[in-house]
Design a protein around this ligand. Structure first.
Ligand code: FAD
Length: 520
């Protein structure tokens, strides 16, 4: 019996080794259907590019890079994988501005989505000719970047309503998360501004979906972390574009006045449509730490801003924007005055700029150019993005902003804090938020110039997460970086069951976006 069991074990191990070897390199691109063969590349340079992302923390080598010439190619690639005894994983790569390897795959295939843009030759963004029952909209390839969407729509005097702070991100990449910024309190995240999608599912089927048609897939994909399909087209809501903006910063020396005013400002949308609500609202910390970025403020005022930060150690800044155009420019100053009239910022610490609409939306690009010139763009970014329930935001301020960040004095980068109305999110979508009417976005956008710094930020992030857990703050991570199954189950909460069911329905072999680390 002993000998028989030994033989069985050896046989089993041999089979597993063969399977293991096969799944490491289970197929050759030459075995692929002939229309796909030439689209794979194992060029070491391309492999190395696809093995990193904006985070510069995780590195995974794909087996090959796939350059699709059409949407059918993506569909055929996925069908080919499903036909193999050991299917390979498929990671759509938009702009790879992920932080933790979400657009990577270990030994699978990376689909270079930007290749589609090259082939479409400028026709990847089509603005509707006439106002339909949906209003104006734009049809955009999933591979397109938002700055190009902005340019194409502005040509027609139109604009998407909801944005991200930075516009060199792909449409498919942001819709797989949520796409949030200072407009989200008013119009919802970008995923709330989509009428219709074309999606290649994990089975390789090309499906058009919307609230009315194939709605399960539609809601699954929005905020679905790339798990159910590859977005190849999104139909996005447009509205009339303003031409200019008043861009204000108001400085507060205490958190409760700051958050009370922020919440008051985002509540103004509930009153009536033509009211004096802001068009954009965010907030940020100004910490008495180096480097102190006060470049927004007029040179003349910089010394008094610096002395206020030195006095308090931590200041809170509301960022507020009011759009205007030729028709409204006459009363824009009056509108701004009315908006800030009862706000409790430190008297006289209100500063403003007047910018074109595009200058404002594309404001982070100039930071990018500066950081690139200093060699600080392609470095590790141990970011942490959280949604914090309104009921616990002051505990978060005490425990995290004052208790950890201010004390540890290592913050290199921006810390954003602003509230969002949950009523603008549809609960059927895969994206998760805290279960309160208002929750705060807290983004710790660290840049690590050295390995020591990287380790300090990682430790700090861990400490923040631990504090939130110990104090039962009820946060949800945005751009989540969970590692274990338990963490994912907790992250999705009541949505976990349907998230799993949708995976079985749309990607039964679990091919898509393995870099998220949810199902593998
Ligand atoms: P990638 O990193 O390429 O992909 C992200 C995930 O989506 C991967 O899992 C990938 O497989 C999947 N994916 C990619 N394309 C598709 C597709 N077509 N269909 C289905 N799945 C796909 N986010 C905000 O919400 N608001 C912000 O203001 C904001 N600012 C940012 C600023 C900077 C400088 C950076 C680096 C990131 C910022 N982000 C912001 C985060 C950003 O939205 C996400 O990281 C987003 O995924 C980036 O898009 P991408 O094209 O680079 O995606």
């Amino acid at each position: 019996n002993f000998v028989v069991s030994k033989v069985i074990i050896v046989l089993w191990l041999t089979i597993m080794m063969v399977i293991g070897a096969q799944s490491l390199e289970p197929w050759s691109p030459l075995q692929a259907p002939k229309e796909l063969v030439n689209k794979f590349s194992r060029d070491p340079l391309l492999i190395s590019l696809a093995s990193t992302d904006y985070g510069h923390i995780i590195h995974e080598n794909p087996f090959a890079i796939f350059a699709p010439s059409s949407i059918n190619d993506i569909s055929n690639l996925i069908k080919f994988s499903n036909s193999l005894p050991f299917p390979f994983t498929v990671a759509a790569r938009g702009q790879a501005h992920s932080l933790q390897g979400q657009s990577m795959t270990n030994n699978g295939i990376v689909v270079n989505m930007t290749e589609l843009n090259r082939l479409k030759n400028g026709v990847g963004i089509v603005v509707s000719e006439e106002k339909s029952s949906l209003g104006y909209y734009v049809d955009v390839g999933g591979e397109q970047i938002w700055i190009d969407v902005l340019h194409a729509t502005l040509e027609r005097g139109l604009t998407p309503l909801s944005w991200t702070d930075y516009l060199f991100l792909s449409v498919g990449g942001t819709l797989s998360n949520a796409g949030i910024s200072g407009q989200s309190f008013r119009f919802g995240p970008q995923i709330s501004n989509v009428h219709e999608l074309d999606v290649v599912t994990g089975k390789g089927d090309l499906v058009t979906c919307s609230k009315e048609k194939n709605s399960e897939l539609f809601y699954a994909v929005l905020g679905g972390l790339g798990q159910f399909g590859i977005i190849t087209r999104a139909r996005i809501t447009l509205g009339p574009a303003p031409t200019r903006v008043k861009y204000l910063r108001l400085i507060y020396d205490n958190f409760s006045a700051f958050s009370r005013d922020q919440e008051h400002l985002i509540s103004l949308i509930g009153l009536n449509e033509s009211n004096n609500a802001p068009d954009y609202l965010e907030g940020l910390l100004l910490l008495n730490q180096q480097p102190l970025d006060i470049s927004f403020y007029p040179e003349f005022d910089q010394p008094r801003v610096t002395s206020l930060v030195t006095q308090f150690g931590i200041l809170y800044v509301i960022e507020l924007v009011k759009y205007y155009d030729n028709n409204t420019q006459e009363h824009i100053d009056e509108d701004v005055k009315l908006l800030v009239k009862d706000l409790k910022f430190v008297p006289t610490f209100m500063f403003q700029k007047d910018l074109t609409y595009e200058e404002f939306l594309n404001r982070v690009h100039s930071d990018e150019l500066n950081l690139r010139s200093e060699g600080l763009w392609d470095v590790p970014h141990p970011w942490l993005n959280l949604f914090v329930p309104r009921s616990r935001i002051s505990d978060f301020d005490e425990g995290v902003f004052k208790g950890i960040i201010l004390k540890q004095n290592i913050t290199a980068g921006v810390v954003l804090v602003y509230p969002i109305n949950r009523s603008k999110w549809n609960d059927k979508m895969s994206a998760v938020t805290p279960n309160e009417d208002v929750f705060y976005v807290v983004s710790l956008l660290h840049t690590a110039a050295t390995l020591d710094q990287l380790e300090s930020f990682k430790a700090q992030n861990q400490q923040i997460l631990q504090f939130c857990e110990d104090a039962s703050i009820g946060i949800k991570q945005y751009l989540p970086q969970n590692k274990t199954r338990e963490q994912w189950v907790q992250h999705f909460g009541p949505k976990w069951k349907s998230f799993q069911q949708r995976k079985v329905q749309f990607d039964p072999n679990r091919l898509l976006s393995p870099g998220q680390g949810i199902f593998n």
